[in-house]
Design a protein around this ligand. Sequence first.
Ligand code: FES
Length: 112
Amino acid sequence: MSSEIQLPSVNKVDLSQQHIPQEKVVVCRGRSCRKYNAAQVFDNFRQNLPPDVELMSVQCLGQCGNGTMVVVEFVDQTWYSEVHPDEVKIIIQQHIIGKSPVKEMLYPKFHK
Ligand code: FES
């Protein structure tokens, strides 16, 4: 008689194959947002974002006149409007690192 216990077989999950959502920052660098110094906003994100956060630029987010438009994506989307280059560090510190959106800077059309 064996004293070995038979455990039910379990399908192992390969975690390396799991889709883990990546945090992403999208900066609009379209014609309208360029008037609001979108290039400097983008550069400030590029120089200061943690390395595991993806940075993208787009040519228009469809919200012209409210630039510079910035979207932070992680599970859901958080939209920021009228982002000035000096305000990039606030978004990084409070939202990206602190996980708390900067309420005063949210785009009111999408966040009430
Ligand atoms: S150019 Fe930025 S929203 Fe259209």
